[in-house]
Design a protein around this ligand. Structure first.
Ligand code: SDX
Length: 435
């Protein structure tokens, strides 16, 4: 079980209705202190009000830390730029799940366990046939991942640490297989089984792009770029989809159902769907001379158009992942010979103009991770519809690490927010004849 590491750090006083209420303040390793208001409703008979949770900490966590003003992102204390430069995705999965980088023996055991869980029950292929061929891959991911709980009953008891571990490994291992099958189903090609002698990301690329008619050779430069992209997307504190997974998990739902809930939330264009939306936006802009027209739309209060790939709830400085992603974009485009892709030119010019425009500076709108990921994933050969499925593939380890931390927290309770009710006061029923 996880023990709290919050350090008492004084108190905060609330004066309400001529009464004073004291609440304890706690501090963590980094970031703002928190005022513990768990007794507020019981003591003062009022709720806090914070739609969108802009000022609310929903939990204590050791996993990821973001400093939005300094543009810092740490996984278990290690900075994202160091992990992107020196680590690999499976090692980052181990780090997020266990809190420490693995030694050689631990890494080998973890890689072996993940490799041994990459296949899905063969009856799952029948499940795919129930979808239309043009189903969005995220619709398939929501359905198929939720359906895993119908196949793996032996790892749904959330109170058994061993079953929690097996479910975590199954999810990390099977997401590439499930995502590749969604792609193959969409393009009408046969499903490709994983190969145990390939690495995690190489295996995924082969399951996605190989065809039985010829040998498939993984391009190491592209595999490395995709592996880095997975690292950049692995976890991100209490974002919308992670909070969805925690809330679903707080009711005791099994891990497969919780991850399916996270996939559904990630799909939204304000969240994980932004990479797909950002590329569509760049393609719609098309040429550099049309950028001012779109900047104007983004600034127009009466136009709900927003620049996809810009802005962030937490980062009010450059998203550190966007920098690392931009490096991968150039590596991939040069490798595939699209170094002068016109869409890249639009992206670079849009970024330059936006970062010098008063509106974006005042609102602290910088490119986020989704701004460059779409261009990179397209150059890697993925259709736009697969972009968010790839985000879900990578984020599964973050979701499951956060779910595990919540389950092991002795103080966790079912999530059940309250509200400010502004509806009709109590009134009597009016029979139809009198309406
Ligand atoms: C991800 O939370 C996470 O960590 C998410 C994520 C992760 O790894 O899990 O980082 C992944 O979801 C990245 C974000 C991807 N989404 C997009 O790129 C979509 C475009 N961005 C916006 O929808 C928006 O910036 C959000 C949703 C990302 C953040 O919204 P907030 O924090 O609620 O901010 P806001 O909507 O209140 O915007 C503040 C102001 C507003 O103007 P005012 O009402 O104050 O006048 O900035 C404006 C907004 O209109 N604004 C934009 C804008 N984003 C915000 N104006 C133009 N273009 C934009 N992109």
């Amino acid at each position: 079980m996880r023990e709290s590491k919050a350090k008492p750090s004084g108190s905060a006083t609330l004066t309400y209705d001529n009464k004073k209420y004291e609440f304890p303040v706690f501090s963590g390793t980094e970031g703002p202190n928190v005022v513990d208001i768990r007794k507020l409703y019981g003591d003062a008979d009022i709720f806090t009000y914070d739609p969108g949770f802009t000022s609310t900490a929903s939990c204590e966590s050791d996993i990821t830390f973001i400093d939005g003003d300094k543009g810092i992102l740490l996984y278990r204390g290690y900075s994202i730029d160091q992990l992107a430069a020196h680590s690999n995705f499976l090692e980052v999965c181990y780090l997020l799940l266990h809190g420490e980088l693995p030694n050689k023996k631990e890494a080998a055991a973890f890689d072996h366990s993940i490799t041994m869980h990459t296949m899905v029950h063969d009856q799952m292929s029948t499940f795919y046939r129930g979808f239309r061929r043009d189903a969005h891959p995220m619709a398939i991911m929501c359905g198929v991942v939720g359906a895993l709980s119908a196949f793996y009953h032996d790892s749904t008891d959330i109170n058994d640490p061993r079953q929690r571990e097996v479910a975590s490994h199954r999810l990390i291992a099977k997401m590439p297989t499930i995502a590749a099958m969604a792609y193959k189903y969409a393009v009408g090609q046969p499903f490709v089984y994983p190969l145990n002698n390939l690495g995690y990301t190489e295996n995924f690329m082969r399951m996605t792009f190989s065809v039985p008619a010829e040998e498939y050779k993984v391009n190491p430069v592209l595999a490395k770029a995709l592996d880095t992209i997975f690292i950049l997307h692995a976890d991100h504190e209490q974002n919308a989809s992670t909070s969805t997974v925690r809330l679903a998990g707080s009711s005791g739902a099994n891990p497969f159902a919780c991850i399916a809930a996270g996939i559904a939330c990630l799909w939204g264009p304000a969240h994980g769907g932004a990479n797909e939306a950002a590329l569509k936006m760049l393609e719609e802009i098309g040429t550099v001379d049309r950028i001012p027209e779109y900047i104007k739309k983004a600034k127009d209060k009466n136009d709900n158009f927003r620049l996809s790939g810009f802005g962030h709830r937490v980062y009010k400085n450059y998203d550190p992942r966007a920098k690392a992603m931009q490096a991968q974009t150039h590596a991939v485009l040069n490798e595939v010979g699209h170094g002068d892709d016109p869409i890249l030119k639009v992206a670079m010019e849009l970024e330059r103009i936006a970062l010098s425009d008063e509106y974006f500076i005042e609102k602290k709108l910088y490119p986020n991770i989704d701004f460059y990921s779409g261009i990179t994933l397209k150059a890697l050969g993925f259709p736009t519809s697969m972009f968010t499925a790839l985000f879900a593939l990578a984020r599964t380890v973050g979701w499951i690490a956060q779910w595990k931390e919540m389950i092991e927290d002795p103080h966790q309770k079912i999530g059940r927010p309250r509200q400010l009710y502004t509806g009709a006061a109590q009134r009597d029923y009016v029979p139809l004849t009198k309406r």
